[in-house]
Design a protein around this ligand. Structure first.
Ligand code: FES
Ligand SMILES: [Fe+2]
Length: 401
């Protein structure tokens, strides 16, 4: 196993050309994935009769909830002269622009009055529409479909090809929490940090050791060695790829409780920016659904919802887990902020096999998607064959001191 790891690293070193990542640099020109669903806000962020502005893919979006509790979304720009409607007044059914007072129905987007029209000056205001966006509420988020920007304000929301993604849950009863992190890096870099197996020892490991103590897991259980070789199976999905592994459960008491000798892990990357990981051990399961939403070309938002059915009775279990994840998120946010400082001068980047192969696939998929779109043909996933990837997992004791 060690030899295999050595050889793949060596290959990367003797063929420096193959280690370069063909990103669509310069970053400013990297295309955005329009015509996909994105998480706009958490369900709990918007109460009945309230609205808020958010930016997604450089588009200002107004998201809200009408008097009846239905979520709505529209482009946050008044069709009169572009003033964000989010600055206006909202009565639970209509939003009124703060500049000249035009009123719009939030569900249809239809204009319902232009105050400056004198009697007899009927402009047929009912033919004017604020650009409504498709939105769906599920799994604790309001999802908004972000269409390709067009010069003209579209009358009707563009119809999505399918519904918003669903988070897989495997039992009726479960607990969950949501976390949001605003990162100062592009959607591409934020997503690849979620599929990056080699930053853990340097960014998180010291804390992970302590976190396992909090979770009542022996920190050094079965991991006395500083270096471990990892091996994972990868298979193509229609719009991405899946990582899988099966691990023996070493703790006898957990084997008994779960009713299984092994735990299986499956993590799916799916275009444009989602990663769903499911861990299953007998009757127990844990699901993490992470999405990245590009805000601008150089900033993004990561949203994660974690759900599980293990130890539902454990007091403050959700609060403890949420705190642990929050610390991890902060560590990732800081390292991405630092990375962004370096990326400003647009250095050439490298990907070292096998640890960076997922990053490489992400960029290959993105290139193939936009090439197919440009040529007007069907997207074909460039990841075609199942493959085993290997990398070395060190721990924090590998850090220079
Ligand atoms: S800009 Fe909105 S009413 Fe004039
Ligand atoms: Fe991380």
């Amino acid at each position: 196993m060690a030899a295999a790891v050595e050889s793949s690293v060596e290959t990367a070193l003797v063929e420096p050309a193959s280690t370069e990542v063909k990103t669509d640099t310069p970053l400013a020109e990297s295309p955005m994935y329009y015509n996909f669903w994105y998480r706009a806000a958490r369900t709990s962020d918007i109460r009945r009769g309230k609205m808020m502005a958010t930016t997604m893919l450089e588009t200002r979006v107004l998201v809200g909830r009408d008097r009846a509790g239905r979520a709505f979304a529209m482009k946050d720009a008044c069709p009169h002269r572009g003033t964000p409607l989010s600055y206006g007044w909202f009565n639970g059914e209509q939003v009124q622009c703060v500049y000249h007072g035009w009123k719009f129905d939030v569900n249809s987007g239809q204009c319902q009055g232009i105050p400056s029209c004198a009697q007899g000056q009927d402009l047929h205001h009912e033919r004017i529409f604020a650009p409504r966006l498709e939105c769906e509420e599920r799994d604790g988020y309001i999802w908004v479909y972000i269409p390709e920007p067009s010069g003209r304000l579209a009358k009707r929301a563009l119809t999505p090809a399918g519904p918003a993604p669903v988070m897989p849950m495997h039992s009726e009863k479960y607990k969950s929490f949501q976390l949001t992190s605003h990162v100062e890096t592009s959607g591409d870099h934020a997503l690849t940090s979620l599929m990056d197996p080699s930053h853990g020892p340097f960014v998180h490991a010291r804390w992970w050791w302590f976190a396992r103590l909090l979770l009542l897991i022996r920190p050094d259980g079965g991991e006395k060695a500083v270096v471990r070789d990892m091996e994972r199976d990868f298979t193509p999905l229609p719009n991405g790829f899946r990582e899988t592994t099966t691990q023996p459960i070493t703790e006898g008491w957990f084997r008994k409780q779960s009713g299984s000798d092994v735990a299986t892990v499956a993590a799916d990357y799916v275009m444009p920016y989602s990663r769903v990981a499911v861990i299953r051990a007998g009757k127990y399961w844990v699901t993490g659904f992470a999405t990245v939403t590009p805000v601008t070309k150089s900033t993004s938002r990561i949203d994660v919802r974690l759900a599980w059915n293990i130890y539902l009775w454990f007091p403050f279990g959700a609060a403890i887990l949420k705190y642990i994840f929050w610390v991890f998120f902060e560590q990732d946010r800081l390292v991405m902020k630092r990375q962004a400082e370096g990326l400003k001068s647009e250095p050439r980047l490298m990907a070292v096999d096998d640890a960076d192969r997922q990053l490489r696939w992400f960029h290959e998929i993105k290139r193939a998607f936009f090439a197919a779109k440009k040529a007007g043909r069907e997207f074909e996933n460039p990841v075609k064959q199942p493959v085993k990837l290997r990398w070395r997992a060190t721990d924090y004791r590998d850090i220079l001191r």
